[in-house]
Design a protein around this ligand. Structure first.
Ligand SMILES: [Ca+2]
Ligand SMILES: [Ca+2]
Ligand SMILES: [Ca+2]
Ligand SMILES: [Ca+2]
Length: 198
């Protein structure tokens, strides 16, 4: 009942323009920049160039069915598309983390590089600064994928997990876990985790 009352109050305030002092109403303005719409997507705010503002990355399929990965540099609220060598993906996923502990955000990315699930990739791209990313490692490609960094063994470096379809059929659920050795990544076996897609 109390929730309904508060909800009714908020709706009344919105409709009537009424506001309580100290109860700031958020206002959103469209930022400057030109952004391509995508589906099957993922997005994240990341300060890629360590200048204390949040840049933007997103992936997905454009309305003309083109897999895409977009990185925008934030310059005082104006977003400029930066050309990168990151793979353009569809039905994919990425995760940002500083796997090499050099203070900048690197990218784990997995998914399909075409409209179909035939063309699958999984790779780690190192942040070289200036919105330059270079592929350092590649792994079994997955489609309809998910990816995330986590420190599985509590040794203060980022390991990762990826899941998705390893073949062009919807029965090839796969879950892969890789440990960061400091000089590379080793696939862990016998984790007991179930195979799954995204
Ligand atoms: Ca930034
Ligand atoms: Ca900036
Ligand atoms: Ca890094
Ligand atoms: Ca670790």
């Amino acid at each position: 009942m109390k929730k309904q009352f508060y909800l009714g109050l908020i709706v009344f305030m919105s409709v009537s323009g009424f506001s309580i002092p100290g109860f700031a109403q958020p206002v959103f303005n469209k930022v400057l920049g030109s952004f391509t719409g995508v589906s099957n997507s993922q997005s994240a705010w990341v300060d890629f160039d360590n200048d204390n503002d949040l840049d933007l990355i997103y992936t997905g399929l454009t309305k003309t069915y083109v897999p895409s990965t977009f990185v925008y540099e934030n310059d005082n609220g104006v977003f400029t598309l930066r050309a990168t060598t990151l793979p353009a993906i569809n039905w994919g996923s990425f995760a940002v983390g500083d796997y090499d502990k050099d203070g900048d955000s690197d990218i784990l990315i997995t998914g399909s590089t075409s409209f179909s699930t035939d063309d699958r990739i999984s790779a780690i791209f190192r942040n070289e600064g200036g919105f330059v990313f270079t592929e350092q490692y590649s792994f079994q490609g997955l489609a309809e994928a998910s990816a995330d960094w986590l420190d599985i063994d509590n040794d203060e470096d980022l390991d990762f997990i990826i899941t998705g379809f390893s073949e062009n059929n919807f029965n090839s659920y796969t879950t892969l876990v890789y440990e960061n050795t400091g000089s590379g990544f080793v696939k862990l076996t016998g984790t007991g985790l179930p195979d799954c897609s995204s």
